[in-house]
Design a protein around this ligand. Structure first.
Ligand code: PMV
Length: 327
């Protein structure tokens, strides 16, 4: 039996635009998904607990037709099952053990589909745990690459390497197409606001894709996000936190123009700004889920706690450790 864990992430800058080759800067946060894999004769049995902040437990036999009986959207459950199935396939492939069976247990502190990279963290941790259980140790870079292939397949070809690379490596990373690297970042005072909901990443990515094809100014908006990211990288390297905040605000405006924000995300962003946050934006695919703000005072957290539509607020530290073996 082997247990591995991997962190979730926030996007400081660049979600959506990264799908079209612009750079993005996600940062790993200290909220982890933990996956335990035990070798069995054949098949795949998965136990998943606490996949949302509210918490629920599912048990299923690892096939999409045998769906667990839980009160969340079917599409999220199906996607969750697919990530685990495909991660196990990657582990079998890496260990050259196509028929290996597994009992897999997933415990995650990362809300599902909320822009904090829950699927990437589960996928990365599952690949690491299952390959180790078969006696093979992959480098974090190899795990990131295999996890990207999982996301690419489950998300119908619409995935960047950002989430999976960030979760495997930890810390702050920069991803532009296939060029993935870790970068230096100061400890940033992240505050997360969560509306209790989730966005459909595939549908949101497809929406931006359509807009980009229909309107030149939408394509320009995607490129403008790339410009914000490049300025943001310089501000991050120089630890100019005020400028980072301003650029996050700009990034949120551009994402909003692309139609991926929502009333509750906007409400949380404005509550954070009114409370004096240095900057605030949605994180991840959008449509619902989380915002990330920068504030080293308690003001943003208090303001979010009183914001209608905000269900949970927490601070998140940058997690410099990526995928790791748990004792
Ligand atoms: O919401 P998340 O954590 O799955 O992030 C999606 C980020 C996108 O840029 C919209 C898609 C991608 O694969 O990069």
């Amino acid at each position: 039996m082997v247990t591995a864990s991997a962190p979730g992430k926030v996007y400081l800058f660049g979600e959506h635009a990264v799908v079209y080759g612009e750079p993005a800067v996600p940062c790993a946060i200290e909220r982890r998904a933990q996956v335990t894999a035990s070798h069995r004769d054949s098949g795949l049995r998965v136990h998943a607990g606490d996949l949302t902040i509210d918490g629920f437990t599912v048990e299923y036999e690892g096939s999409a037709s045998e769906r667990p009986d839980v009160d969340i959207e079917d599409s999220l459950v199906e996607a969750g099952i697919s990530y685990v199935n495909e991660a196990i396939e990657q582990a079998r492939d890496a260990a050259d053990a196509p028929d290996a069976g597994f009992d897999v247990t997933v415990d995650s502190e990362i809300p599902l589909g909320a822009g904090l990279g829950s699927s990437a963290a589960v996928t990365v941790a599952a690949i690491d745990a299952a390959t180790r259980e078969l006696g093979v140790e992959l480098s974090p870079e190899e795990i990131a690459d295999r996890a990207y292939r999982v996301e690419h397949s489950v998300q119908d070809g619409q995935a960047s390497r950002a989430d999976t690379f960030c979760s495997a490596m930890g810390g702050a990373v920069r991803v532009e197409g296939d060029d993935c690297r870790t970068i230096e970042a100061p400890d940033l005072p992240f505050v997360i606001g969560y509306d209790g909901g989730a966005g459909d990443t595939g549908a949101l990515v497809a929406g931006v894709c359509d807009l980009r094809e229909e309107y030149e100014f939408a394509a320009d908006t995607v490129e403008a996000i790339g410009d914000v990211v490049r300025r943001g990288e310089a501000a991050l390297a120089a630890e100019r936190v005020d400028e980072l905040g301003q650029l996050m605000n700009f990034n949120h405006g551009l994402l909003s123009a692309l139609g991926v924000s929502s009333r509750s995300l906007d409400a949380m962003v404005w509550a954070a700004r009114d409370a004096g946050a240095t900057g605030a934006k949605l994180t991840g695919a959008g449509g619902g889920g989380c915002i990330v703000a920068l504030d080293d005072t308690p003001e943003t957290t208090s303001a979010l706690n009183y914001t209608p539509g905000c269900e949970d607020t927490f601070r998140a530290e940058l997690d410099t450790v990526g995928v790791r073996l748990e004792e």
